[in-house]
Design a protein around this ligand. Structure first.
Ligand code: ZN
Length: 234
């Protein structure tokens, strides 16, 4: 019953967005001049990941077995039916490419305000070409575009390829998802990363398996890796 209500709510939001395209993706109220995708109230209430001091440290520990990973930074906390979920839903399932770029800009601004990050390249995690064709864009690349604008670091998206589309991951348990990630990514021109400092970008960290697979692939070449994700669970 709860999932039916959730589905109906999503259908209703899609319907409202169709009639009133200039609505906030978070609360569906009409946007006013100078507001873009998010109303000021939702923007000011974004669920920032580092609001809790332990969260960044816990996530860094999660990737600490990867020797080249020096830092992990996440912008938003993903709560069921929360604002971050509405934003991710907006660009993953409603095709809102510009929203992904905008969130990348916001994330980039917050990183610059905290002292910024130095790196040679931003590397968005690729989608399988079938999935990218279906969606029309790779959301991680669009987030990287926004980050690149604010951080002044170029994007390098020709070094990793997603070579196998994993079967519907939602129906698999955690261990199966990990196993399924093996062999999913392949390096194309990994020598271009030799000795470089890179920032790997994903829209969301769920099990962490995707990020680990990519970091293990590029790890032997790069000097150091920083991980960025727009959102993760608590
Ligand atoms: Zn709003």
């Amino acid at each position: 019953m709860a999932s039916l209500i959730h589905c109906l709510r999503i259908i209703w939001k899609d319907f409202v967005a169709l009639i009133y395209p200039q609505c906030c993706v978070g609360c569906m109220t009409a946007l006013v001049k100078n507001e873009s995708f998010l109303c000021t109230r939702c923007f000011l209430n974004l669920p920032y990941f580092d609001a809790s001091p332990d969260q960044n440290q816990r996530l860094s520990l999660f990737f600490s077995f990867l020797p080249k990973v020096v830092s992990v930074k996440v912008y938003l906390v993903l709560n069921k039916k929360g604002l971050a979920q509405a934003i991710l839903y907006g660009f993953k399932y409603r095709g809102n490419k510009a929203l992904a770029v905008l969130m990348g800009r916001h994330f980039g601004t917050s990183l610059v305000l905290k002292g910024g990050l130095k790196a040679d390249y931003l590397i968005p995690i690729p989608l399988h070409s079938d999935k990218e064709q279906k969606r029309g864009f790779n959301q991680s690349r669009e987030i990287a575009r926004g980050l690149s604008e604010k951080m002044g670091i170029p994007i390098k998206d020709d070094v990793i390829l997603r070579i196998k589309q994993d079967k519907s991951q939602s129906k698999q348990d955690r261990v199966a998802r990990w196993q399924n990630q093996e062999e999913v990514y392949a390096g194309l021109k990994l020598d271009a990363l030799k000795g470089k400092s890179v920032i790997v970008i994903d829209d969301v960290i769920t099990t962490g398996a995707t990020m680990v697979a990519v970091c293990e692939l590029i790890g032997p070449k790069v000097r150091e890796i920083t991980i960025l994700a727009l959102a993760t669970g608590k």
